[in-house]
Design a protein around this ligand. Structure first.
Ligand SMILES: [Mg+2]
Length: 197
């Protein structure tokens, strides 16, 4: 296998942000949003129980006062997959749209789990997770990128030459799969990239 450069998104790909923030939001607003109701990446569009204003207010509280990014659970197979990629001699970049206030907690968390090549951590920047990843993907000559955000998938499929994988969620099912490969687990992603067993 030739040496490649992998670009990896954090939330929704490596970490179960969705359920951690869902439980936070349910507790804070005394509501009961279930995972199957999250059919839009912008939850307030698919739930009547949360307004846009409440959503972003709690999103920031979760990350700042709550230090939610320190303690997110890993998604199954993420760390094992990253280690395999690393051991096969490939380069890894972590590119996230987390808000900048999450930087220290993110560094802490990647360190605690022993993520390979965790020094290659980049925040795309931009308010409310709306930074751009394509410029970084081009700058680092990333060959393969995996993400789950519909906005990011649309951006990077049109603005980079990387091979794109979309981690399947209800909120990205509306995307046209022509320009990327949809995967529903790390297992599927690794197999598609030629790693066996
Ligand atoms: Mg994500």
């Amino acid at each position: 296998m030739k040496q490649k450069t992998f670009g990896i998104d954090l939330d929704g790909v490596c970490f179960d942000f969705l359920n951690a923030f869902r439980l936070w939001l349910n507790g804070a607003l005394d509501i009961n949003i279930e995972e199957r109701e999250i059919t839009s990446y912008y939850w307030y569009r698919s739930s009547d129980d949360v307004s846009e204003e409440e959503f972003y207010k709690e999103f920031d509280k979760f990350g700042q006062e709550g230090h939610g990014y320190r303690a997110l659970e890993l998604l199954p197979g993420a760390l094992e997959g990253l280690k395999k990629i690393h051991e096969a001699g490939h380069k890894i970049f972590y590119i996230t749209n987390r808000p900048l206030y999450a930087l220290q907690d993110t560094i802490f968390c990647l360190e605690a789990h022993g993520f390979p090549q965790r020094e290659n951590l980049h925040f795309a920047g931009g308010p409310q997770g709306k930074g751009k990843k394509a410029p970084l993907i081009r700058e680092f000559n990333i060959d393969v990128f995996i993400d789950d955000s519909p906005r990011t998938i649309e951006e990077i499929t049109t603005q980079t030459r990387a091979t794109i994988y979309c981690r399947d969620y209800l909120y990205n099912r509306h995307l046209d799969d022509t320009w990327f490969t949809r995967v529903s687990s790390w297992d599927e992603f690794m197999k598609a990239e030629g790693f066996n067993g």
